[in-house]
Design a protein around this ligand. Structure first.
Ligand SMILES: Nc1ccn([C@@H]2O[C@H](COP(=O)(O)OP(=O)(O)OP(=O)(O)O)[C@@H](O)[C@H]2O)c(=O)n1
Ligand SMILES: C[C@](O)(CO)[C@H](O)COP(=O)(O)O
Length: 240
């Protein structure tokens, strides 16, 4: 499933991020095509901006998507809610669900297949990830413009930058989302930024497989410049 209901505030003013253009097609279309390239993917469920469902259906219809079954549902106010709403549209007999950001348009199919392979191999929750290039420091957050005291420096060799698609046994993903929903209704709930984080929160095991530098997330304006360059290079080299 593809959560695509975000605004894209960090990208700046304009259409919702999933509908912004990259090389002549919306980011969402690239992301759906990237998943559809895997022979193991049979159905793609997209969580669209709540007031943009008809527009997204039209966009996906107008860009050929390799004959895959693509369904569109209304997303929610948070990524977590969008994923939960998308999950509800996935048939119960489905064994494996991937959750892939519309904002990661260029993930190579090898990463998609590696994630699926690890779930098929017995893992309940799998994330693709890459080593970090920068040193990371934990800080005491301060007001904007004030220096932030450093608390410590985690050992970089043990850190990974996590990407999508993240892969799950469907029942496990549905279970942790249901738990998070009932905790949120009681005024709490896990403060996590990805689906694997929910599995961890409830004590489940998550494993990492190699991600890819081209599976980066389009978050800020410079990411879009990089995505255009990667796409242009692919098109020049293999008619992608
Ligand atoms: N209510 C939301 C918020 C986010 N997403 C999706 O979650 C993915 C990753 O989120 P992010 O990159 O943070 O997107 P935005 O929330 O749109 O970005 P920003 O935080 O800059 O507004 C994106 O495909 C986005 O569309 C979603 O489906 N529903
Ligand atoms: C799911 C994710 O892309 C993994 O890196 C990331 O957590 C999404 O974070 P965002 O702040 O919602 O972009």
């Amino acid at each position: 499933m593809v959560p695509a209901a975000g605004r894209g505030e960090r990208l700046g003013p304009g259409a919702p991020k999933a509908l912004r253009e990259l090389g002549g097609a919306p980011l969402l279309v690239h992301a759906v095509r990237a998943l559809a390239r895997s022979r193991s993917v049979g159905l793609v469920v997209v969580a669209a901006p709540p007031n943009g469902v008809a527009e997204v259906v039209g966009l996906l219809d107008s860009h050929g998507l390799d004959g895959k079954d693509v369904r569109v549902v209304a997303g929610g106010a948070t990524r977590q809610e969008s994923v939960r709403l998308g999950l509800a549209a996935i048939p119960e007999q489905t064994e494996i669900v991937l959750v892939h950001d519309a904002a990661r348009p260029l993930v190579p199919v090898e990463v998609v297949d590696a994630v699926i392979g690890a779930v098929r191999g017995g893992a309940g929750a799998v994330v693709p990830a890459v080593p970090l290039a920068d040193t990371v420091k934990r800080v005491e957050p301060a007001e904007a413009g004030r220096p932030e005291p450093v608390l410590d420096t985690p050992d970089r060799a043990t850190l990974r930058a996590v990407q999508t698609p993240q892969g799950f046994r469907r029942e496990l993903l549905a279970e942790v989302h249901a738990k998070a929903l009932s905790e949120a209704a009681a005024g709490g709930g896990p403060a996590v930024t990805d689906d694997a984080g929910l599995v961890e929160w409830y004590g489940g095991q998550v494993v990492v497989v190699p991600g890819h530098e081209e599976a980066f997330k389009v978050t800020r304006p410079l990411d879009l410049v990089l995505a255009e360059a990667v796409l242009a290079r692919r098109r020049a080299s293999d008619g992608f």
